[in-house]
Design a protein around this ligand. Sequence first.
Ligand SMILES: [Zn+2]
Length: 194
Amino acid sequence: MNIIENNLKFKNKLKKTNKLSMIVIHHAAHSRAAVDDIHKWHLANGWSGFGYHFLITKDGQIYRGRPENTIGAHCKGHNQNSLGICLQGNFEVEKVSKIQLKALIELCQYLCNKYGISTIKGHRELRATSCPGQNFPLMEIKSRVFGKFDTYTVKAGDTLWSIATYYNMEVCKLMELNGLKGSLIYPGQILKIM
Ligand SMILES: [Zn+2]
């Protein structure tokens, strides 16, 4: 997977975040808009500029928007703790291409592993909007991103250490994968394992 860097000029200094727990998926609601176009639109909104962290074009290229450690402007009320990924296209009327879908899944898997993220939402699941469009396969994305993990249901007496040992994982990896901040787990809890 390759992320194409660029040097967008943001109007204001972007605020930092270090508590990422979610990915929010959007569409550009425009068939051909590229990073520079969206950057101009978002500047015209009075924002600092391109509000997402990534744009995936129809040919499956992944472009960097805001740096991952800065707060985006893509989903009011959820920007502090989420990464925004936008897909080129208007999926109210178009369909997501296979190559674009593949790039999105790879990017989501990379980010979920890197930050221990276990929640992916479409914009419309958080706000009153149709974004990322009625044709967008949200369920398929979620199951394909998380489908590569097996799950384990915690039983009474289990500890993170015993589960990690059983699956030959490091405890810190198990915690990262599940977004756990401490060692507390409870019977019935479903953990992702690798
Ligand atoms: Zn959106």
